[in-house]
Write a new protein. Structure first.
Length: 253
């Protein structure tokens, strides 16, 4: 490599910052508001949209906006196909950039308990781990792409898990985009529910688990003062037996 690891990481940070600034200034949601139409038709239009989708997601354009646009432009079926192709392309671009410019600098920093465990999971069980990240709601697409690039996950596992795991959510957005003109239609309502319900369910499960973890914590003072505790100490008995025996001490009335 011509540059040091930290120089390449700095270049990646500059590229991402420039992309985020460009997205913020140009507001890609105008694709929906202004009814943008590609200059081509048929398969050429699908290929052009998939290419623009891939570059856009690598440049931090929100995927929901592009998914809705794919359905509005091409319908549910073709829009889903174009969006899935663009998703895989964009994930591959981000994964390649992260691996080329950030992996060497960031891998030595994976020393924490949770970071090391996540790295082992992604490196050893790449397809299963990435498939789970794609299916679960609430995990940012960009974060999972660049996070996976730091691990030793292989390209085939990353791309195949991305292609398979993104289909349900992408299809729901494409269906919603194709029926956006009729928000009371059963298809639009079903797609909207499919988008919203998994996220709400995941949030509820996370909240319940957090409450259970808090409730299971018992203060040390309460545990020490609990009745019916067990006392361990020396007990006089036959010298041939062990001088230390654990016996429960009942509460006195």
């Amino acid at each position: 490599m011509l540059f040091s690891p930290w120089s390449r990481l700095s270049l990646l940070a500059v590229l991402l910052a420039a992309a985020a600034t460009t997205v913020a200034l140009h507001e890609p949601q105008r694709l929906l508001a202004q009814g943008w139409r590609p200059p081509l038709t048929g398969a050429d239009a699908l290929a052009l949209f998939a290419l623009a989708y891939g570059v856009g997601t690598a440049a931090l354009v929100p995927r929901p906006v592009l998914n809705l646009a794919s359905g509005a432009l091409f319908g549910a079926a073709l829009g889903t196909a174009a969006a899935v192709a663009g998703t895989v392309l964009g994930a591959g671009l981000a994964f390649g950039l992260g691996r080329l410019l950030g992996q060497d600098a960031l891998r030595p920093l994976l020393r924490g308990r949770w970071l090391a465990a996540g790295d082992r999971q992604l490196s050893r069980r790449g397809f299963r781990s990435m498939l789970l990240l794609r299916v679960l709601p609430g995990i940012p697409f960009v974060v999972s792409n660049y996070g996976a690039s730091v691990s030793r996950m292989r390209w085939p596992a990353f791309l195949s898990a991305t292609a398979l795991g993104c289909v349900p959510n992408t299809a729901a957005y494409a269906v919603a985009g194709s029926r956006a003109a009729d928000p009371t239609s059963p298809a639009f309502l079903a797609a909207s529910a499919f988008i919203a319900v998994p996220g709400l369910a995941a949030a509820a499960v996370a909240w319940r688990r957090r409450a259970r973890l808090r409730g299971s914590e018992v203060p040390a003072e309460a545990a020490e003062g609990a009745p019916g505790r067990t006392v361990t100490g020396p007990v006089r008995t036959n010298p041939r037996r062990s001088p230390a025996v654990s016996l429960p001490v009942p509460d006195r009335p």
